[in-house]
Design a protein around this ligand. Sequence first.
Ligand code: FAD
Length: 401
Amino acid sequence: GQRVVIVGAGMAGVQTAVALREQGWTGEIVLLGAEPHQPYDRPPLSKAVLLGKAEGSTLDVDFAGLGIGLRLGVEVTGLRPDKRLVETATGQLPYDVLVIATGAEPIPLPGSEGEPGVHLLRTLDDAERLRPVLARQREIAVVGAGWIGAEFATAAREAGCAVTVVEAADRPLAGALPAEVAAPMAAWYEDYGARLVTGARVASADESGLLLGDGTRLRAGAVVVGIGARPATGWLAGSGVELAEDRSVAADDRLRTSAPDVYAVGDCASFPSARYGTRLLVHHWDNALQGPRTVAANVVGSRTAAHFPGVVYDPVPYFWSEQFGRFVQYAGHHSEADELVWRGDPAGAAWSVCWLREGALVALLAVGRPRDLAQGRKLIERGARLDRTRAEDPSVPLKSA
Ligand code: FAD
């Protein structure tokens, strides 16, 4: 029989294993995960799990029943595509098909790695270390006003902590959203009783707090660093598998890598999008759910059909964030050149923003307007032109022109 080996037992790895069975793969499936825990979902880690409202977020999958050989606490250290082997501390494992799903790792603040009192937030272990920190209601400093920083600050406020968020850019979410759209979000911090300090570089962090680039000391009982994540692909060094400049596995439009019968999916992989005319690296949950279905279809198809053309992966990316009592959703992909159309007052509780390219809707951000998101996502998928005048009126549904 044939064996698929999946490296990484996060959302993308687990969904690949499940999708393979759903799509009729009858061969062996081995799922290797470095973490000791039963596979779990990450989004609750910065929300319910952090506040102790949920014990954990274990994925509800019957691995034994599906015939998935789950091996936990196994770190894969190398890949030999010429010999079709992966290497682990305890030996080598041969594969017929390999799926790389090692996700991403948080970027530490340079110099603060391993400092006591300085935390990252990526894993269940991280969340469990942070839970008692919040419960003690100490002053907390957060480095980075991105998605993770905002969600963590929200949880810390809800736990009753004093929170200061320090951001190097002049606004929150500077890497994700244009100034005009992110500007109203700065007020959310203050409304929620958190302090946001922008335009401030952090020089160092330790258990006493932060030292800023201008010499200012910011005392805190704990520091949480949320300055981004990068693909966990260090173990592929020397394997010959092609990486992109951002260190993601450079997959093709069918999520195949440069090595034969090796696929890549989830936070570790980028792929060329014909829809957006650029290579995308998506670090969001929905991509780790949808991508695996394409990988499974391509694995099953190429192994069972004689001339299988392959299934192309070209999704409309989607994600959500829960911050400062608001539900924020985004679908699509925009660039600086796209035209912005506002839908509602950004000072209010609910509003949306549309991005148009030559009249077609390419992306949408919805704050407390899930219906806009649902309608907009469909229009983006169809590449529909937007009726602009209607779009500016939040009282009528989004519609194509
Ligand atoms: P991961 O979840 O990173 O899983 C990869 C797994 O591979 C890990 O368990 C890792 O230990 C393992 N691994 C790595 N290297 C090796 C190796 N060499 N050998 C063996 N195993 C290895 N997205 C949203 O859209 N909305 C949200 O609200 C949201 N909230 C989030 C909150 C937090 C705190 C975090 C961290 C992420 C959040 N995300 C959210 C992003 C989302 O969780 C990720 O996009 C998703 O987890 C990606 O899944 P993945 O399987 O590709 O990678």
